[in-house]
Design a protein. Structure first.
Ligand code: ADP
Ligand code: ZN
Length: 723
């Protein structure tokens, strides 16, 4: 209907389309850029965001009408610019970025009364297993909406509706959503030490300047970085801004949230993947309306509909969890800096082991450097000693050396906590047949199945495939011939249980991370209910265990053997973080590292506590190889269901490469894990100078390329995984 009562609007939809789509909009809707609208697409109705409005001009296109506008504050212009920026940088359709911004669509419907359901106590006439599951969930949970209940119980909506119809579930009206309490800048502030006070002053000044400045808050574990960046947050609060405190997902514990709450005397909003839908809606809308002032969130919190974001703090900025690997592969720390740049507000990166990228930005004068040297109440990081495993005889099924064993015994005897660290989930990473040499592999992936004895399963860590542990060799049929090779954390726990029968042992790994199990376990460790903690990298991250005085690393060489350019940096960070878990309370701590490479420069600098020495060498290696942050990388991953077709397509792509100055295309080569989830994988690695526009190169290269059938091209700008 093209008349002068209509405007034309460009609406971005959360789909992998080239750009926004044009629609007609009745002028009475009063649409402005940023408005959330319902728009028709084929037979569907979708939520989109108005990207542009303009007067109606004659067009040959048959435009459809916008269906309606949601009653919601429009998405801020800055946020829309951010979406466009992320899209261009990661060579990803803007609609895919928008999809990350629309993670709580029901929030657009406002706080209208909502009906939820509770178990009424009445039994339904027919009790199918699915109905039983739904009722069990309803009995244990607070009132849930029909959709939530179906999702949690893993049943269809019709099952829930059936139960409602028969009166087994009865409706209740949900109370209005909780308000967001106003945080108090002064709150409950600790008396800072002189050094902390200087750092806090620098950060407050940074906030007061209200410019696009980035500061690295660099201080050993326990030096009080959190207390210090709280001061910057307080300053931003006083200035009226919203604040985002980004944490690696796993560190988003109740312990940490409570700490923020105590400091600011108000419960912060939390944002992570495990939020219940209703809470997600509350936070999304609260942020969009500017009512939620402090959000403590995992990386995706960047894409909340911010209104007046004025400070981002990235805690543990070196953390790998900030890189999203599936969906849109983006790096939340880097995008936080981008957001600050676009919005002209400060960003604080905090870490005890900053990334090389960030340190080089400090060297280049782009980031300020705020340091804390004193470990609060402790003079220094714990002493790190190396145990030379080449000189150590281990018994069968033993991974703990005599030296480490003795240290654990002493620690337990003294009534303190010890940590044994091994970065490998499950019981054993590899199972072989002694009779025929067969190794048990995943049917979908070119990778060994990992035995998880606790669950009595063989598991693929790439695709999630599971099967029972076989009784005999699947290849030659021999019985009692299968041997578990190498240690996983469960096997280490077995060894510890037999060595220290009186110890109160807890195993902490991401296998626990579902639900509240992990949170409870962490709380119990803090309370001292366990005295021997066996953990994967999960325990290295930011947790504060005051009674822990010994950190023992069972195998420090694991990561070093990979082909990853950041392997050295990661090993350093991990070792320093693990060691940093020890001695955070009253008593001093120490760390012991078992290694077959005790002469490796990295191990030596760990032992000497020589961070600068390690960094200098690591920078030299990267610079000579033109690796980040001295050069740029883009990975292109080609995958498909057929081996031959995938290879041919990759080779065809290689022939399309046009030479460009400052850019080298390596590959294609079969990926180190050449088969994942039944898909064959080939990789290209693009190496480019720091100043080259590598995105333009990739766009030109892949322009017009349309992978057919099962073939797919994934682009990973600034890759962190090389598998
Ligand atoms: P980081 O973030 O550098 O690891 P934290 O801020 O978590 O360090 O501080 C470590 C511990 O020391 C915390 O329990 C914190 O409450 C305490 N702490 C830090 N600074 C002070 C201070 N000035 N006064 C009292 N306790 C402090
Ligand atoms: Zn698999």
């Amino acid at each position: 209907m093209a008349d002068d009562s209509h405007d034309m609007v460009e609406v971005l939809l959360p789909l992998a389309l080239e750009g926004p789509l044009s629609y007609l909009a009745s002028r009475s809707l009063g649409l402005v850029p940023g408005d959330y609208v319902a728009a028709p697409l084929g037979p569907r109705e979708m939520i989109g965001v108005v990207w542009e409005t303009r007067p109606l001009t004659p067009t040959n296109m048959k435009l459809r009408d916008i269906i309606g506008k949601f009653d919601m504050v429009p998405m801020a212009a800055l946020h829309r610019r951010f979406v466009d920026w992320v899209s261009t940088y990661y060579l990803e359709p803007a609609g895919n970025i928008l999809r990350m911004c629309l993670r709580a669509p029901a929030a657009l419907e406002g706080e209208r009364q909502q009906i939820a359901y509770v178990a009424s106590g009445a039994e339904p006439q027919r009790l199918t297993p699915q109905r039983r599951r739904a009722l069990d969930v309803a009995k244990d949970a607070p009132a849930l909406r029909a959709g939530e209940l179906a999702e949690l119980a893993g049943v269809g909506l019709s099952v829930v509706k059936g139960l409602i119809g028969e009166g087994a579930l009865k409706p209740v009206t949900l109370p209005a959503m909780r308000a967001f309490p106003e945080p108090q800048p002064l709150g409950l502030k600790l008396k800072l030490t002189a050094e902390q006070e200087i750092a806090a002053r620098d950060l407050r000044a940074l906030v007061a300047e209200r410019g696009a400045h980035v500061a690295l808050l660099d201080g050993v574990t326990g030096s009080g970085k959190t207390e210090v960046y709280f001061e910057a947050m307080a300053a931003a609060l006083a200035g009226g801004s919203q604040i985002l405190l980004l944490v690696p997902e796993i560190a988003l514990t109740q312990q940490f949230l409570t700490r923020v709450e105590e400091r600011f005397q108000a419960e912060p909003a939390a944002w992570h993947s495990e939020l219940r839908p209703r809470e997600r809606e509350r936070v999304w809308r609260g942020v969009g309306e500017g009512r939620a002032r402090i959000v403590v969130g995992a990386r995706s919190a960047l894409f909340l509909p911010w209104r007046k974001l004025g400070l981002i703090v990235v805690d543990e900025e070196h953390e790998g969890a900030y890189k999203q690997e599936d969906g849109v592969p983006y790096h939340a720390r880097d995008m936080a800096v981008v957001y600050g740049n676009l919005g002209k507000f400060p960003v604080i990166l905090s870490s005890a082991t900053p990334s090389l990228e960030t340190l080089v930005n400090v060297d280049r004068g782009r980031y300020r450097h705020v340091t804390l040297k004193d470990r609060h109440g402790r003079p220094e990081l714990p002493r790190i000693d190396l145990i030379d495993m080449r000189q150590t005889k281990l018994g069968a099924d033993a991974w703990i050396s005599p030296a480490l064993d003795e240290a654990v015994r002493d620690t337990l005897a003294a009534g303190e906590q010890a940590l044994l660290f091994l970065n490998r989930r499950g019981f054993a990473p590899l199972t072989l047949c002694r009779a025929c040499g067969f190794r048990i592999e995943c049917p979908n992936c070119a990778a060994a199945l990992v035995e998880h004895r606790f669950r009595r399963q063989m598991q693929c860590h790439h695709c999630g495939f599971t099967q029972p542990v076989p009784q005999s060799c699947p290849s030659c049929g021999a019985t009692e011939s299968l041997v578990s090779c190498g240690p996983g954390i469960e096997r280490l726990a077995d060894e510890a249980a037999s060595r220290y029968p009186d110890a109160r042992i807890v195993v902490l790994s991401s296998d626990l991370s579902r639900g509240t199990l992990l949170r409870d376990a962490l709380r119990d460790v803090t309370r001292g209910e366990y005295n021997l903690i066996i953990g994967t990298q999960l325990v290295a991250k930011g947790h504060h265990f005051p009674q822990l005085t010994l950190a023992g690393v069972v195998d420090a060489d694991l990561a070093l053997e990979s082909g990853d350019p950041r392997a050295g940096e990661r090993t350093w960070q991990l070792m320093a973080q693990v060691a940093g878990r020890a001695g955070r309370g009253e008593k001093p701590g120490r760390a012991l590292i078992q290694t077959y490479l005790p002469d490796h420069p990295l191990m030596q600098s760990l032992h000497r506590g020589d961070r600068d020495g390690f960094l200098a060498q690591e920078k030299r290696i990267r610079q000579e190889a033109g690796l980040p942050p001295y050069g740029r990388l883009v990975a292109i991953i080609v995958s498909g269901n057929e081996a031959g077709e995938t290879e041919q397509f990759s080779r065809w792509l290689a022939r399309r490469v046009v030479e460009a100055r400052g850019i080298r295309v390596l590959g294609p080569a079969p990926a180190p894990i050449a088969l994942v989830r039944g898909r064959y994988r080939w990789r290209f690695l693009i190496k480019a100078g720091r100043e080259t526009n590598v995105q333009a190169f990739v766009r030109a290269w892949l322009n017009g390329v349309k992978p057919r059938g099962s073939l797919k091209i994934d682009i990973d700008v600034d890759p962190y995984s090389f598998l």
